[in-house]
Design a protein around this ligand. Structure first.
Ligand SMILES: NC(=O)c1ccc[n+]([C@@H]2O[C@H](COP(=O)([O-])OP(=O)(O)OC[C@H]3O[C@@H](n4cnc5c(N)ncnc54)[C@H](O)[C@@H]3O)[C@@H](O)[C@H]2O)c1
Ligand SMILES: CC(=O)N[C@H]1[C@@H](OP(=O)(O)OP(=O)(O)OC[C@H]2O[C@@H](n3ccc(=O)[nH]c3=O)[C@H](O)[C@@H]2O)O[C@H](CO)[C@@H](O)[C@@H]1O
Length: 351
C-alpha cells in the first residue's frame, strides 16, 4: 500500500517546513503549496530555501508549487496533478498587530483561502484535514491551565478571529457532512529550531514574537529587547507563556495525521499543543543567555496592548487522544534556536 500523500499549505513557512520534515521522516509523501509571501526563495531556485534544506536533511523529495490558496484554479490544478489523501493547512497571515491595521486582507487571505481549499478538497473527495489553530481562540484565560473546554471566541484581534471563525466553519462542515474528519491543533507558543541548525524561524522585518527577538539581540542584529510589562501578577512581574519546541509541535501534527489515517471516526476534534509549563519573559532571557553564552541587553517598558499576564496549556487531551506529549524543555528550545540563529545570522537570505 503506497504511503498517504499529504498536501501541506504554507509548507515553506516556519511551522510548515518543520512539520514537512517530520512527515517525510514518518514516511508520508508531501506536496507543498506556498505563495512565498512570508518565505524566502532565491530568484533562480526551484524550491524555497527552507524546503531545499528539508530535502537535504531528510534525503527525501518534496513536491512544491508556488500557489496562492485564494486562487481557485491554482488550488484545483494541484489536486489534478496529485492524488491527495489528507491536508495539513498552515498557510495564513499571522501578525496580530498587522491584522488590526489591515483586517480585510487577513479575512480574505485566511478565511477565503481556507474556504477555497476546503471546496477543492470536497470536489476531489478529500475529507481529512489538520488545521493550524492557536491558543488565541481562548482570548484572555478565565482559568488555568487552559483546557479545550475553555470558552472560545473572545479573541482580541482580527487574526485571532480568523482562527476562531475558521474553527466554527469546520464544526459546521463536519455537522453537515459526516465524511469530514478534522483535527484543529491549538498551538501555544512555538519556538526553537530543528537540531540541525539548518531550518528555523526567519521572520520578515522586526520580530513580533519574543524568541526570535531575543535571538536577534544575541546575534547582534538588534540592540536591546524591550520587555513589555514588569508589573503583571506573575513570579517576576513579566508575562508568562507556554513555550513549546517546534519539533514537539511538528511531531504532534504527525500524530494527528496518523489518527486521521487509521481511524474511521469522523467529526471535529480540537487539541491543545503545549507543554503545560509557563515561563516568564525574564526566565526566557536568562535561559537564552545560558544557552548562547551571550548577554541579552533588555529594558523594562510598558505593557503591550492585548497582552495577558499568564497563559499555559492543559495538554492532557492530546496525550490521551493522539498519544503525543511534548518532551523538549526550555534549555533545548534555546540551544536549538541559538544554533539556527548563530549559523544563519540573517535567516535564509545570504546577505
Ligand atoms: N508561529 C506561531 O507562534 C503560531 C502560533 C499559533 C498558530 N500559528 C499558525 O500556524 C501557521 C503557520 O505559522 P508560521 O509561524 O509557520 O507562519 P509563517 O508565516 O512562517 O508560515 C505561513 C506560510 O504560509 C504562506 N502563506 C500565507 N498566505 C498564503 C496564501 N494565501 N497562499 C499560500 N501560502 C500562503 C506564507 O508564505 C508562509 O510561508 C499559521 O496558520 C499561523 O496562524 C502560528
Ligand atoms: C497578543 C499577541 O500578539 N498574541 C500572539 C502572540 O502570542 P504571545 O503574545 O503570547 O507571544 P509573543 O512571543 O509575542 O510574546 C510572549 C511574551 O513575551 C513578551 N514580549 C514579546 C516580544 C517582545 O519583544 N518583548 C516582550 O516582552 C510578551 O509581552 C509576552 O509576555 O504570538 C502568538 C504566536 O504567533 C499568537 O498566536 C498570539 O495571537
Amino acid at each position: 500500500m503506497a504511503p498517504p500523500t499529504v498536501l501541506v499549505t504554507g509548507g515553506a513557512g516556519y511551522i510548515g517546513s518543520h512539520t514537512v520534515l517530520e512527515m517525510l521522516n514518518a514516511g508520508y509523501n508531501v506536496v507543498c503549496v506556498d505563495n512565498l509571501c512570508n518565505a524566502y526563495s532565491s530568484g533562480t531556485a526551484k524550491l524555497p530555501e527552507a524546503l531545499n534544506r528539508v530535502q537535504e536533511i531528510t534525503g527525501k523529495k518534496v513536491h512544491f508549487y508556488r500557489v496562492d490558496i485564494t486562487d481557485r484554479e491554482q488550488v484545483r490544478s494541484v489536486f489534478q496533478e496529485h492524488k491527495i489523501d489528507m491536508v495539513a493547512h498552515f498557510a495564513a497571515l499571522k501578525a496580530v498587530g498587522e491584522s488590526c491595521r489591515i483586517p480585510l486582507q487577513y479575512y480574505h487571505n485566511n478565511m477565503t483561502g481556507t474556504n477555497v481549499l476546503l471546496e477543492a478538497m470536497a470536489d476531489n473527495n478529500v475529507f481529512k484535514f489538520v488545521y493550524s489553530s492557536s491558543a488565541t481562540v481562548y482570548g484572555e484565560p478565565q482559568f488555568l491551565p487552559v483546557t479545550e473546554e475553555h470558552p472560545v471566541g473572545n479573541c482580541t484581534s482580527p487574526y485571532g478571529k480568523t482562527k476562531y471563525f475558521t474553527e466554527e466553519i469546520l464544526k459546521d462542515l463536519c455537522k453537515s457532512d459526516k465524511r469530514w474528519a478534522v483535527v484543529s491543533l491549538r498551538y501555544f507558543n512555538p519556538v526553537g529550531a530543528h537540531p540541525s541548525g539548518r531550518i528555523g524561524e526567519d521572520p520578515n522585518g522586526e520580530p513580533n514574537n519574543l524568541m526570535p527577538y531575543i535571538a536577534q539581540v544575541a546575534v547582534g542584529r538588534r540592540d536591546c529587547l524591550q520587555v513589555y510589562g514588569s508589573d503583571f501578577p506573575t513570579k517576576d512581574g513579566t508575562g508568562v507563556r507556554d513555550y513549546i519546541h517546534i519539533v514537539d509541535l511538528a511531531e504532534g501534527h504527525v500524530k494527528a495525521l496518523d489518527k486521521l489515517r487509521n481511524i474511521a471516526e469522523t467529526g471535529f476534534f480540537a487539541y491543545n499543543l503545549g507543554t503545560g509549563v509557563g515561563y516568564s519573559v525574564l526566565e526566557m532571557v536568562h535561559a537564552f543567555q545560558k544557552a548562547s553564552g551571550r548577554n541579552i541587553n533588555y529594558k523594562l517598558v510598558d505593557r503591550r496592548s492585548g497582552d495577558v499576564a499568564t497563559c499555559y496549556a492543559d495538554a492532557s487531551l492530546a496525550e490521551k487522544a493522539l498519544g503525543w506529549k511534548a518532551t523538549r524543555g526550555v534549555d533545548e528550545m534555546c540551544v536549538d534556536t541559538w544554533r539556527w540563529q548563530s549559523n544563519n545570522p540573517n535567516g535564509y537570505a545570504i546577505k
